[in-house]
Ligand binder design. Structure first.
Ligand code: NAI
Ligand code: MG
Length: 352
């Protein structure tokens, strides 16, 4: 089987983690008889600074025919964050109806998380984040700029399609995992969008009688991520809440550098996009110490999505073995002194 993948390494450590992960992924694919054809797009902040746009006008059309898209990260110290995010990542997630952002958190053996009471495998949950609308809808405006009556308005949008899609994906995942779904909203304070969300969830829950539903307000959920993370299995949340909770999920599982993410169109009409959770990390760009594991685990999600389960498992097994080995190289974010390249080279030796 041959897969065509569009690579958008992007900014900062994006190209570093993409380039370090590729030889590992290619070697694993080779061993499984999977052929991987990548096309690289130099879209991102350098393009914006030179040409005024993060990607070309026909960017989505160029990506449409691929089996999947792999993104590094975007974000540049000289470009406002809302420009980098909206000009590329959100264009793609919204344009390709990637309503579902699936982000697993797992505490691997050999990784010391900040919570002292939890060991390997005891943190193991997946957040399903609505990925195309909610609080990140492009709705709002500013008036009376610079005057003392200045006003900014920021809307949020919850559609039936967007909400049903994420909720259904989360129920499907819960029924395949432990049969437990935690719905995270803030319906006490946000009585329109979030109450609509709860209504949709209640309707769909009827189709999944075997899934137990727990409801949490997002503030309480944040506390419980720290207090009882072992009790979570699948969580579903809006765009903003899911964004925040998954950084917390990365934190309690040891490092932002270990966290994978996927942006999925469940109808498979458009290609889905895979990327590490982290951003461009200016603070470590160019130092060669970015952890490539979150990126390798994002490739795991990509292969699982494309149905190459054995290949996906192989990448995960290599990561698991490396992290569990106290003598293996590791990057500084998880307590080591090695660089990205040493970690990637070591991962290759653990394949097969
Ligand atoms: P960040 O995720 O880039 O970095 C947060 C912290 O985690 C930093 O201390 C960084 O050094 C560390 N870190 C991140 N990835 C790491 C890795 N692979 N290995 C080791 N340490 C790692 O978030 P930050 O600093 O808030 O944002 C930097 C830029 O990235 C901003 O422009 C922001 O808008 C953008 N961003 C882009 C995202 C994307 O492309 N999907 C997601 C998050 C932020
Ligand atoms: Mg985030």
């Amino acid at each position: 089987m041959t897969y065509e993948i569009a690579l958008i390494p992007g900014d900062g450590i994006g190209p570093e983690v993409v380039d370090r992960s590729l030889p590992v992924v290619e070697a694993a694919a080779d061993a499984h008889g999977v052929s991987l054809e990548t096309t690289r797009y130099d879209w991102g902040s350098d393009r914006y600074l030179a040409e005024g746009a993060m990607m070309p006008d026909d960017g989505l059309d160029r990506l449409r025919g691929y089996d999947a898209i792999f993104l590094g990260a975007v974000g540049h110290p000289e470009v406002p964050d809302h420009v980098t995010l909206r000009g590329l990542r959100l264009e793609i997630t919204k344009g390709f109806k990637q309503h579902v952002c699936k982000r697993p958190s797992y505490l691997f053996e050999g990784v010391t998380g900040p919570l002292r009471d939890y060991g390997a495998g005891e943190i193991d949950f997946v957040v399903y984040r609505q990925n195309t609308e909610g609080e990140y809808a492009d709705i709002g405006g500013r008036e009376y700029r610079g005057h003392d009556n200045e006003v900014a308005f920021q809307g949020a949008m919850f559609t039936r399609e967007g909400t049903e899609t994420i909720v259904r994906a989360a129920f499907e995942a819960a029924s395949e995992r432990e049969g437990k779904l935690t719905n995270v909203t803030k319906s006490n304070a946000q009585a329109y969008g979030m109450v609509f969300w709860d209504d949709v969830l209640r309707e769909i829950a009827g189709e999944y009688p075997d899934v137990e539903v727990e409801r949490l307000l997002v503030d309480a959920a944040s506390m419980d991520f720290v207090r009882r993370p072992d009790e979570f299995d699948v969580l579903v949340a809006s765009n903003l809440f899911g964004d925040i909770l998954t950084d917390l999920g990365a934190g309690i599982s040891g490092s932002m550098g270990l966290a994978p993410s996927s942006n999925i169109d469940p109808t498979q009409t458009h290609p889905s996009m895979f990327e590490p959770v982290h951003g461009s990390a200016f603070d470590i760009t160019g130092e060669g110490v970015a952890n490539p594991i979150g990126t390798v685990l994002s490739w795991e999600l990509l292969w699982a999505h494309l149905g190459e389960d054995a290949l996906a498992r192989e990448l995960r097994a290599a990561v698991r073995a490396q992290l569990a080995d106290p003598d293996a190289p590791r990057t500084p974010d998880i307590g080591g002194e090695s660089g990205s390249e040493a970690v990637a080279n070591d991962l290759r030796t653990r394949l097969g």
